[in-house]
Design a protein around this ligand. Sequence first.
Ligand SMILES: *[C@@H]1O[C@H](CO)[C@@H](O)[C@H](O)[C@H]1NC(C)=O
Ligand SMILES: *[C@@H]1O[C@H](CO)[C@@H](O)[C@H](O)[C@H]1NC(C)=O
Length: 375
Amino acid sequence: MEALKISQCFLLWFMCSTVLFLNALQPCFAFTSFVFGDSLVDAGNNDYIFTLSKADSPPYGIDFKPSGGHPTGRFTNGRTISDIVGQAFGAKSFPPPYLAPNTQANSILGGINYASGASGILDETGVLFIGRVPLREQINNFEHSRSYMVKVMGEKTTMEFLKKAIFSVTIGSNDFLNYFQPTIPVFGNGKVSPNLFQDFMVSNLTIHLKRLHLLGARKFIVVGVGPLGCIPFIRAIKLLPSGHCSAVVNELIQGYNTKLNGVLDKLNQELGPEAIFIYANSFDIFMKIIGNYHQYGFEDANEPCCGGYFPPFICFKSSGTNRSSALCADRSKYVFWDAYHPTEAANMIIAKGLIDGDESVSYPINIRELYKYNS
Ligand SMILES: *[C@@H]1O[C@H](CO)[C@@H](O)[C@H](O)[C@H]1NC(C)=O
Ligand SMILES: *[C@@H]1O[C@H](CO)[C@@H](O)[C@H](O)[C@H]1NC(C)=O
């Protein structure tokens, strides 16, 4: 099975790289995406580093069909938002984790996943988890992949190839989670003001996006931070009654998202139309799901399906003993998989919203339009 997959990839690679390379790309690889971000989109990178942030044991991945329900390092029961978007555009496989052995040689044309659980925009974020790949290093890793591409197909073809690829960046949640945890010092002992913290995040992210642009990225999806004030973890540490979200947390995030949207607008003016930056408003889509969960087919928008409603929120299953954590009966009826992450069912609604949504959820164009976008 594994050997077959590799030889198929090689065959595609061979066809694509020899026969009219650029024209052959479209039929060979319908959708190329380079994925950056945190545990919302990590496809297994953290399995290869020493870290406390790992999703390498059951029941993580229980609904992930390609692995037969085995954990893959994804921090949910099934597919991530970026998996679902790729499939919607005909991707035959998911971009593999950069840190997995042989990723570079086998799969560069379909894209690569650089995302890492516990990571953030700021380098300091996630330090309590020990290992994680901060956004800056994720881009260093992409730079290595890019050098490899240039070696194989030359600078000009690499630039043409990257121009068509989609670069998604889903990050920022962990910066906020660190900021809101009383035990974690943020920049020394005294916390910076919320306003300054948002500015640090936005300006650092801008630097990273510009660097990706210099390396040849042109089509960007930048996902805003979701309503963390509503996730089970924040509800629990803020001691909120069932069904309530933390307004303080959500307001700080909305302030950040507004600043981010403004910066992306400016980047579009400065670097467009050759480059385009989409602001993906996952915040509003997620709030709509939580507020109307029955209409979306959910029965619970409050408790996580796995790991329970109270700290320490450990979601695990050990075979043979009774020490497993409780798992809900029907995973498709829960918005939250664990205390931090949405279920695949929720991811599907968010992905669909971003693919075909109007300007209020995907600005200035949606992902379907981005896919077709040719400057
Ligand atoms: C990036 O964030 C750090 C804090 O992590 C801050 O000291 C620095 O000023 C920020 N850089 C920019 C360009 O805003
Ligand atoms: C697990 O619990 C069930 C019922 O609560 C019991 O019948 C079974 O013997 C337990 N298994 C082990 C390995 O302890």
